[in-house]
Design a protein around this ligand. Sequence first.
Ligand code: ADP
Ligand code: MG
Ligand code: MG
Length: 249
Amino acid sequence: MLTIKSLKASVGEKEILKGISLEIPKGEVHVIMGPNGVGKSTLAHALMGAKTYQITSGNIILDGEDITQLDTTERAKKGMFLAFQYPVSVPGLKISEYLRNLYNIRHEKQLSVSEFRKVLKNKLEMLNIERSALQRYLNDGFSGGEMKRFEMLQLMLIEPKVAILDEIDSGVDVDAQKIVAESINHIAKETKTSFIIVTHYQRLLSFIKPDKVHVVLDGKINQSGDMSLVDELERNGYEHIRINPSSKT
Ligand code: ADP
Ligand code: MG
Ligand code: MG
């Protein structure tokens, strides 16, 4: 379970997060929505310990342990994951090797190629990825749909405690959105990963059916609710919420 307590964060002199509190139980999917520039990505990066964003007060607590002072690598080791930072393309590195490394580091194992093949088997089937695709190279061009499948495969291999996905569904088609949604549902259920999903798309949310929806305005959570809040936003926009705050928090 992830608990965020009155989190404030700044970039330079400018305060961007002005006291965010959230509680995300194991296996729950929480969605963050809000207009541009309110601090959604700042929240994502501050949770992961990005140095650009100074946490000035508040706490981040993962399974009872305060991780506010830990650096990004240490947070990742504890099970925090922010999607998806690609390794700078390493010429000649095959996807299969990249994934095996990722898996071995995260789980402190040293699986061989054939052992890792077994780990991959059902995941590839579920995501409808051909094994031969893993023989391609990391810096090869991918279609939007392929990219999403590989991202979801990474997530399934890492099995994070908390996965933060910042607009990973932007600019992809419905099929790719479905892959993302089905994977999130599966991972939340199977590995009890808690999700924080930043998105603008109602369609993704209709496939996911999140446990909670939070609207961020001006560095704070202005309102929290269920899927009906998404429908309300679709009808009335954020301005309506800004003017009529908080019937559901
Ligand atoms: P959102 O993701 O909700 O669109 P962001 O968290 O990206 O919003 O940005 C919130 C505010 O913080 C904006 O005013 C943005 O200009 C500012 N900001 C974000 N990152 C940086 C940065 N690295 N340097 C300077 N200002 C930043
Ligand atoms: Mg933005
Ligand atoms: Mg953003």
